[in-house]
Design a protein around this ligand. Structure first.
Ligand code: PEP
Ligand code: MG
Length: 576
């Protein structure tokens, strides 16, 4: 019989498919001991499953794009390391060989042992690594099961299915999307989680907080996932299906209409020109940025290169990556951000300081780069060389005070002199800009404007530091919202200061590409938005419906609001 499960929209859209329940702790384990002659083949099964899991992670990397690839790759790196962990592998082999455990039982035993070790740790970060163990072991177990039964093979296919789970790891979501998954219903989680951001980038409808989903749904139940309304309908009626078909027709027409905007200028309804830039890291991002008519690249996160690399990328490797980006944009300006490692950005390069009690408030971004002048200079030389191929701007992350910008400028000057000695012909001027993502930088922005040629506001971090709320912590949703009055006032202050100084100010945090915040940002005076290129047309379309003068006229009211609820209510009125 039809029933409706309420939830919260984490990613827009609708999907009709069969439910596939995932309860990771539920995997069945065969505890019968192995006979002597079974040990060899069982070891082979185990290693083949480990290889499959490694291969899956490897393939996953290739499928991801953009800013999200960086976040997901951190999980993939951590998981890949675990899969190659000598102690884990030896333990598994010993359990099978000496303890006569079957592969599944050995995996479960190792999981329990490692989980207990991590759970006993004092450091909350290390404690949370237990989740990684669970996700890695679940991946190997799933590979093992697929070797055995046709049923499991079907499970792996995911074509036509809607995943119903408690939560889902970003890496799994990316993999399943590649295998034909239609949507996700999660019984917990938040719209700001990494998985939710990833679902939006992949265009997968997703519902979170559908409390009873795992107890009320069964495998193969037909579900209409309606993220637009924030519900999942089990056993939909003919009427529901008609509504779904109507939505499909509308979505297709909308897609065609948006495609016509690819080469259109970006203007508000009252004709004010707005610059739309792309946050791009991969060749696919660059191609998309070009085909969707971006005005340039507003953020290229170079740490992405360092995270992919075992060790440090050489000057030439960096030069080629930056040069190809510049060439790819065909003469449009490209903003290359210097290394922003640390805090939530894992460190494959071995640069991040160990043992900091509070890495988000530690030596990250430009603070880290300035500690390693030789590493930083290598990057600076590569950027300077790439700038011979087209217009480049340099953006410095995590700036707190002017001396950091002064130090970076000095390093650029020295590197320039060195390169000139080698007769490399460099462009005369390379604009140097500051990310505004530290509250002190936002408040004291006039001091930075003395030394910066442009500013880029990083609201992902600025919000977490202003609100003292970890950007990745789902439990803080009610605090970590871009509608917080304190954040609005800072944004308005920074944008206004930039305008008065005659310097460009862009915004490259997640909200830059979220149409729910376009009106708010326009009201606050923003005229340069940088976003994942998949969002460009949506934002261009939204801007065309908004009246710049009217919104600017309401800025004071917005800035007077006391609570984020009041801001939301005002914005809702403005949208009517
Ligand atoms: C930001 O903080 O808003 C930003 C764009 O940088 P990142 O997400 O890379 O920290
Ligand atoms: Mg940031």
């Amino acid at each position: 019989m039809r029933h409706v499960l309420p939830g919260t929209q984490a990613s827009r859209g609708m999907a009709l498919g069969r439910a596939r329940l995932v309860q990771p702790s539920r995997y069945a384990v065969d505890t019968r001991p192995l006979a002597e002659e079974e040990i060899g083949p069982e070891l082979e099964r185990l290693h083949s499953a480990l290889d499959t899991a490694r291969q899956e992670l490897h393939e996953l990397r290739g499928k991801l794009h953009g800013a999200l690839a960086r976040e997901v790759n951190e999980f993939i790196d951590a998981h890949s390391l675990l899969l190659d962990d000598a102690e884990l592998l030896r333990g598994l082999d010993d359990l099978v060989r000496i303890g006569h455990y079957r592969a599944g039982a050995a995996l479960k035993k190792q999981r329990d042992k490692l989980a207990a070790v991590f759970e006993a740790m004092d450091d909350p970060y290390l404690r949370s690594r237990k989740e990684d163990i669970d996700q890695v072991i679940a991946r190997v177990v799933s590979a093992l099961q697929r070797q055995t039964t046709a049923e499991e093979r079907k499970l792996a296919a995911r074509v036509g299915e809607i995943l119903v789970a408690d939560t889902i790891a970003p890496a799994d979501m990316a993999q399943l999307a590649g295998n034909g998954l239609l949507g996700v219903v999660a019984s917990s989680g938040s719209a700001y989680s990494h998985s939710a951001i990833l679902a939006r980038s992949l265009g997968l409808p997703m519902l979170v907080g559908a409390r009873d989903a795992l107890s009320l749904l069964h495998d193969d139940d037909l579900i209409l996932l309606d993220a637009e309304r924030g519900e999942a309908i089990v056993h939909p009626t003919a009427q529901d299906l008609a509504r779904y078909r109507a939505w499909q027709r509308e979505a297709a027409a909308e897609g065609r209409r948006l495609a016509t905007l690819a080469n259109a200028p970006t203007r508000t309804r009252d004709g004010v020109a707005i610059r739309l830039l792309a946050n791009a890291e991969t060749a696919a991002d660059v191609a998309l940025a070009r085909t969707r008519g971006a005005d340039g690249v507003g953020l290229y996160r170079t740490e992405f290169l360092f995270l992919r690399h075992k060790g440090l990328p050489s000057e030439d490797e960096q030069f080629i990556a930056y040069r190809d980006l510049v060439l790819g944009m065909g003469g449009l300006p490209v903003t290359i951000r210097t290394l922003d490692l640390g805090a939530d950005k894992a460190d494959a390069a071995g640069l991040v300081l160990r043992g900091e009690d509070n890495p988000a408030l530690g030596v990250r971004g430009v603070r880290l780069s300035l500690r390693y002048p030789a590493v930083f200079t290598t990057q600076i030389r590569a950027i300077l060389r790439a700038a011979c191929y087209g217009p480049v701007r340099v953006l410095v992350p995590m700036v707190t005070q002017p001396d950091e910008l002064i130090a970076v400028r000095t390093l650029f000057k020295l590197a320039r002199q060195d390169l000139k000695r080698d007769s490399i012909d460099l462009p005369e001027k390379l604009p140097l800009g500051a990310m505004i993502e530290v509250p002190a930088a936002a408040i004291n922005v006039r001091a930075l404007l003395e030394h910066a040629d442009f500013l880029a506001i990083g609201t992902n971090d600025l919000a977490q530091y202003v609100l003292a709320a970890d950007r990745g912590n789902d439990a803080l949703d009610n605090i970590y919202t871009p509608l917080q009055p304190a954040l609005l006032r800072l944004l308005s202050h920074v944008i206004g200061a930039g305008r008065r100084a005659g310097k460009s100010v862009s915004l490259c945090g997640e909200i830059g590409g979220d149409v729910n915040f376009t009106a708010m940002l326009l009201a606050l005076g923003l005229n340069e938005f940088s976003m994942h290129p998949s969002q460009l047309l949506l934002v261009r379309d939204r801007l065309a419906t908004l009246d710049h003068a009217t919104l600017r006229g309401h800025a004071t009211r917005l800035l007077r609001a006391f609570t984020h609820e009041q801001v939301a209510a005002l914005l809702a009125q403005l949208g009517e």
